[in-house]
Design a protein around this ligand. Structure first.
Ligand SMILES: [Zn+2]
Ligand SMILES: [Zn+2]
Length: 198
C-alpha cells in the first residue's frame, strides 16, 4: 500500500504534482525495489517541483542521503537505478497526460493566488483541484507516463572534500564551492556580492 496520507503530510498539501510523483514512485517501488534504506536505489529527477517530495518520501531516495540527484532540465522525468544489477527505468510524464488544459481551473488558480478570489471561487477551485488529484491517482499508468529501460548512468557526485573558511564572512564552505577573487578565498554568496560591487 502506498502511504498517500504520509506523503501529503510530508509535502504539506495535496496537489496534482505530488500525485504525479506518487504514481511514479509506485512504479519504482514495484519495478526497481522497495524503500531504499541506504543507497540501493538512486533516483535522478529532472525537476525540482512538488512531485519530487513524493519520490523522496516513498522511495527513500533523498537529497541528504545523496541518492537523489537533481538535473535542472525542468522536465517531469524520473529515473530510478538499482545499483545491485544496474536495472534502470526512466519515467516521463506524457505530453497530454492530463488531457486538454483546464481553463476554468487555471483562471481560478490565478485569482486564488492573487488573493482576489471570493469564497465561492475558492471552494470551486478546491473542488477542481481535488478532482485533478484524484484523476492523476486513478489514471492508468500508460496514460500518465512513458516508461523505458535505460542505461544505468549515475552522474558523478562530488566526493567529500575539505572545507575552507571564507575570507569575507568566515563561514566554512566546501573547497570546490569557493572562488578566488582579488587574492581572497570567498564562498559563493560573498563572491557574487563582491563581483556585483566590482
Ligand atoms: Zn504541491
Ligand atoms: Zn562568505
Amino acid at each position: 500500500m502506498i502511504d498517500i496520507e504520509g506523503t501529503i503530510r510530508f509535502h504539506g498539501h495535496s496537489c496534482p504534482g505530488l500525485a504525479t510523483g506518487i504514481r511514479a514512485a509506485e512504479i519504482a517501488l514495484r519495478e526497481i525495489g522497495p524503500h531504499s534504506a541506504d543507497e540501493e536505489i538512486v533516483a535522478i529527477v529532472e525537476t525540482d517541483m512538488c512531485g519530487v517530495d513524493a519520490i523522496q518520501y516513498l522511495t527513500g531516495c533523498t537529497f541528504g542521503k545523496g541518492n537523489l540527484i537533481h538535473l535542472d532540465y525542468g522536465k517531469n522525468a524520473f529515473t530510478f537505478i538499482r545499483r545491485s544489477d544496474g536495472k534502470a527505468l526512466r519515467i516521463v510524464t506524457q505530453p497530454n497526460a492530463f488531457g486538454p488544459p483546464d481553463l476554468e481551473r487555471q483562471a481560478l488558480f490565478e485569482r486564488v493566488r492573487s488573493g482576489a478570489a471570493t469564497e465561492e471561487e475558492q471552494a470551486r477551485f478546491s473542488a477542481l483541484h481535488g478532482q485533478r488529484v484524484q484523476q492523476v491517482l486513478d489514471a492508468p499508468e500508460e496514460t500518465l507516463f512513458e516508461v523505458r529501460e535505460v542505461e544505468p548512468r549515475i552522474p558523478a557526485r562530488a566526493r567529500v572534500i575539505a572545507s575552507l573558511a571564507c575570507d569575507a564572512c568566515g563561514e566554512m564552505a566546501m573547497e570546490t564551492r569557493t572562488r578566488r577573487f582579488q587574492g581572497r578565498t570567498l564562498c559563493m554568496p560573498c563572491f557574487e556580492a563582491a563581483e556585483n560591487r566590482w
